[in-house]
Design a protein around this ligand. Structure first.
Ligand SMILES: [Zn+2]
Length: 440
């Protein structure tokens, strides 16, 4: 029998696949060829099947091999505004942030903020992000350079934003962007509108048209705060969810960020439509927006992803902190330790988020045929000793500092805590320079 040649063989530790059947292997291995996983299973079986002759081997002793975390909602370049506006409500926060963006969300600053965000996320074991921000061409260029998986796409608004795109040119440029990146291995596409209260309905119709024409996800913020729901109800006589459904924008290809203020019948509707809610608990807590009904959503069968939101409302891009908050928050609020168990949280941060970005078949678990977005997480630190249950351990004890090695699309982007595609000092200096401009 001829054996398959592979490029990278990862072995020496347990493998947590987070696939639908929750396979895990105490002494496992994952084989990668090119951009994809070609084998996963018990180490002796994988080694017997692959030709490891000239293969690069990654030693995972003392670590767990698992899928990269997927941050399903962020405004990546907002790292430049980290900590600029804290302890105020969403509406006041947004007014100030929009002012700041018009002045400072330049292409140069977006590049600096994006590079820092990707470095921060790679260090924290995040291998993909869904972004909504200005200058998406810059963000996309950086993602391609760094080797980071990006879900992005044109955003519709009826004014000229800091990216200088005139409203009459948005549709043409949207099509150009989509067609340019349609087959890119690292770029997943979407079409975006900030929210139902900030974007006119004719532009939401354009979003639907593009979503259908290109079969890509529609992304929006929905029912984030009680004030938002009230504003939309006063304006249109409907809640954001009702309005989106009337516009035929609730589909299996819909990513709704937040979903904090949902009625029970709206949760049922989202389950029926197959839409995703991306839970952003820390941003919701920090802005005092409320606590999303995640136990009800999970019980109803709504797909739930997990996101950090932007660094100006969190204030970091740490998916480990987000997972732990998501796991703890609902237990405390409900006085019920059985809700939102650790495995559900891991699924939100991997396959749930992957589905939200239209990448259910590509990432979110370690399976043969999927893209090789893989992380090695140390189990050797004091706070991580001992381990009884890997899932519980990763959610309740591990943290971003435990991430040792990161592969995205089959490429090593961090090895033994050394970033391989970004210069950390340069990245920090560029953001400090932006800070000096913004603070002056
Ligand atoms: Zn957001």
């Amino acid at each position: 029998m001829t054996k398959d040649k592979v490029d990278i063989l990862i072995h020496g530790g347990p493998v947590l696949t987070l696939d639908v059947e929750d396979h895990s292997y105490e002494n496992g291995a994952v084989a990668v060829r090119g951009e994809r996983i070609v084998d996963v299973g018990p180490a002796d079986e994988v080694k017997a099947r692959v030709d490891a002759g000239e293969t690069k081997t990654l030693d995972a002793r003392g670590a767990v091999i698992m899928p990269g975390l997927v941050n399903a909602h962020s405004h990546v370049a907002m790292t430049i505004f980290r900590g600029i506006m804290d302890d105020v409500p969403l509406e006041k926060w947004l007014d100030r942030i929009w002012e700041l963006e018009l002045a400072y969300a330049t292409a140069e600053n977006v590049r600096a903020g994006t590079e820092l965000a990707f470095a921060e996320m790679i260090r924290g074991g995040v291998t993909a992000v869904s972004d909504m921000y200005w200058h998406r061409d810059v963000t996309t260029e950086v993602a391609v350079e760094v080797g980071f998986r990006l879900h992005d796409g044109p955003a519709f608004i009826d004014f000229e934003g800091p990216d200088g795109i005139k409203p009459e040119n948005r549709l043409r440029l949207a099509r150009e962007y989509i067609e340019r990146y349609q087959d890119h291995p690292l770029i997943a596409l979407g079409v975006q509108a900030h929210s139902t209260y900030s974007v006119p309905q004719e532009l939401l119709d354009q979003c639907r048209m593009l979503m259908e024409a290109y079969d890509i996800p529609f992304v929006t913020h929905a029912s984030e705060s009680a004030t938002e729901v009230k504003t939309v109800q006063e304006k249109f006589g409907k809640t954001p969810i009702e309005l989106l459904d009337d516009l035929e924008l609730l589909t299996p290809n819909t990513l709704l960020a937040h979903g904090v203020h949902l009625r029970d019948d709206e949760i049922e509707l989202l389950a029926e439509r197959g839409s995703t809610v991306v839970h952003c608990p820390e941003s919701n807590l920090k802005l005092g927006s409320g606590v999303a009904c995640v136990p009800e959503m999970l019980a109803a069968g709504v797909n739930v992803g997990l996101g950090t939101d932007g660094a100006a409302s969190n204030n970091d891009l740490d998916m480990w902190g987000e997972m732990r908050t998501a796991a703890l928050l609902h237990k405390g609020v409900r006085e019920d330790p059985t809700v939102v168990p650790s495995l559900d949280v891991l699924r939100m941060a991997t396959s749930g988020s992957a589905k939200a970005m239209g990448l259910a078949d590509e990432i979110g678990s370690l399976e043969t045929g999927k893209r090789a977005d893989i992380i090695l997480v140390d189990l050797d630190s004091l706070h991580a000793t001992p381990v009884y249950d890997l899932g519980s351990h990763l959610v309740y004890a591990a943290n971003k500092g435990d991430v040792r090695t990161v592969l995205i699309n089959g490429r090593l982007v961090m090895r033994d805590r050394e970033l391989l595609t970004l210069n950390e000092t340069r990245v920090k200096n560029a953001v400090r320079k932006a800070r000096a401009e913004i603070a002056s």
